[in-house]
Design a protein around this ligand. Sequence first.
Ligand code: NAG
Length: 211
Amino acid sequence: MAPLDTPATQLVDFNQQSLFVSAASVAFNPLFWNIVARQEYHNKILTKLFSGRSQVACYGLAATIFLLGLLRDFLYERSLRDQPSYPLLESNEIKYLAYALLISGNVLVLSSTWALGITGTFLGDYFGILMDEMVTGFPFNVTDAPMYYGSTCSFLGTALLYGKPAGILLTAWVFVVYKVALAFENPFTARIYAKREQERAAAKGDNKKSR
Ligand SMILES: *[C@@H]1O[C@H](CO)[C@@H](O)[C@H](O)[C@H]1NC(C)=O
């Protein structure tokens, strides 16, 4: 009698360590940048490390986050190679869907970086580098978090391109991790900007008094 879980019928091979390495790196990245960025906000650790130059410190963090992203993508692709393919995912229609997801994912990520600039994209507000005004044009009129949803689209596109159910599972994990990250980041960013608005309003008040 054949066991039910022969590799041929298995959707996801949980015996592959690379699957968990990839899942860990997906979770590690936002954990890393949130911990470091909050340390910067409260204690200026990165600005001190770069002798008071917060702009340079932010670029340093941006480069680190970018490299961690490349490592995460590398670990993801490597983990998919260890996983079984699913015949139904190997049709042409799925391939076209995969390309559409990869293209829209990259458009969202790149256009968002273009609209926000490097410091706007990579946590500049934690360094005291605030945007003058909220960016409301594309891609922010399509989604509130184009970076995160674009990246999620790219993960799904890659999973479908390789025809790997394990990739779809990892994409679901990416989605959950980013949802948690957004729930953690959005209120904090909102408070940073609210504080600036208060300071602006106070400064205006002072101007009136001195006149
Ligand atoms: C978003 O804004 C761009 C211009 O920045 C515009 O061309 C596009 O039609 C808008 N999309 C939606 C869905 O409103």
